[in-house]
Design a protein around this ligand. Structure first.
Ligand SMILES: *[C@@H]1O[C@H](CO)[C@@H](O)[C@H](O)[C@H]1NC(C)=O
Ligand SMILES: *[C@@H]1O[C@H](CO)[C@@H](O)[C@H](O)[C@H]1NC(C)=O
Length: 220
């Protein structure tokens, strides 16, 4: 099973952008297509997002140690922020799957994907915020609280016309991500290190310390 996952990974990563070699991706625009959709609230979720089909080029058989690891979050600070308020942050991948996770959901009333993150005055309180891609070559991170973020959505992958199991997060028809370690940076959620996930936007170059992966909606 693992071998076939790796094969699928190589295949998807090689061809997701162009639709070459029989791979095809399709945007899923309606929250009712997501796991745990509630007809009355028009909300699907909550669920985490997780590393799926991660590829480690230096490991035997490409095995990636963080395959299946789920989402966490951290806050960002900028010079012009109000000092006592959490105004923006980003979604991460936990460094140990026992660490505190961050849930996301699809909000059908607003047609947005949202994350349950710490925000507001003081130490902050958990609340739902729309997330998007910070469309800049050096980041591509999944952020909340940034006015210029690009919308994020889920995609279904087709391989030679056959749907591949799962829904994959992406933006502008791109579903390939790169992850790298936060090294010494720790999350405000649990003071643990994490992995930073970046969408591979056209301007992005993968760095030496990064691993390619897809990001799958858990339960899809
Ligand atoms: C969801 O809502 C629609 C319209 O209100 C209704 O037709 C449908 O039967 C509902 N589905 C479920 C599973 O409740
Ligand atoms: C990738 O493989 C190398 C060599 O086996 C290993 O040291 C490293 O921890 C792996 N990283 C991930 C994320 O799998």
């Amino acid at each position: 099973m693992f071998t076939s996952g790796i094969f699928a990974s190589l295949f998807l990563l090689a061809s997701a952008q162009s639709g070459k070699r029989g791979l095809f991706i399709e945007a899923v625009t309606d929250c009712s297509q997501f796991p745990l959709y509630n007809n009355e609230t028009m909300i699907a979720g909550p669920w985490t997002i997780k590393v799926d089909n991660c590829y480690n080029g230096t490991a035997p058989q490409g095995v990636c140690s963080i395959e299946g690891f789920e989402s966490g979050s951290d806050i960002t600070r900028q010079r012009d922020d109000r000092p006592d308020t959490i105004e923006h942050g980003f979604i991460t991948i936990v460094s140990n799957n026992d660490n505190i996770k961050t849930n996301l959901r699809c909000n059908g009333a607003l047609n947005t994907i949202e994350a349950y993150v710490l925000s507001g005055p003081g130490a902050g309180a958990l609340d739902w915020h729309a997330v998007g891609i910070d469309h800049h070559p050096s980041t591509g991170r999944l952020v909340w609280g940034k006015p210029k973020a690009e919308p994020v959505q889920a995609y279904r992958h087709y391989h030679r016309g056959v749907p591949v199991e799962g829904l994959f997060l992406g933006s502008n028809d791109e579903t390939n991500w790169a992850v790298h370690s936060s090294r010494k940076d720790v999350s405000i959620m649990d003071m643990k290190t994490y992995w930073v996930m970046r969408l591979m936007i056209p301007e992005t170059r993968i760095r030496e310390d990064e691993f390619r992966t897809l990001i799958r909606i858990d339960g899809s």
